[in-house]
Write a protein that binds this ligand. Structure first.
Ligand SMILES: [Zn+2]
Length: 83
């Protein structure tokens, strides 16, 4: 069954809908039927892309926190030596 991604022209919400037969899709946020169908990506692809970018962001945060701690430690060490 096709899953389409829509953008609501009324409130701007973006969502995926499973469309069957004569069903008229409506916005889950405001129930408007003024929708624009977007180029749909396979769900698996968009999911794994999101996971990957989240993992990358977490790794980056961790690295930055470590670098900050290291910088702080070096600063304190040099500070102690001079003081
Ligand atoms: Zn809407």
């Amino acid at each position: 069954m096709p899953i389409f991604e829509y953008s609501c022209k009324t409130c701007g919400a973006r969502f995926e809908l499973l469309v069957r037969g004569e069903m008229t899709p409506a916005c889950p946020e405001c129930e408007s039927a003024e929708l624009e169908r977007l180029l749909s990506l396979p769900r698996v692809h968009s999911q794994s892309t999101r996971d990957l970018s989240m993992r990358a962001a977490k790794a980056r945060d961790k690295r930055q926190a470590k670098e900050r701690m290291e910088t702080q430690r070096q600063y304190e060490e040099s500070h102690d030596r001079h003081g």
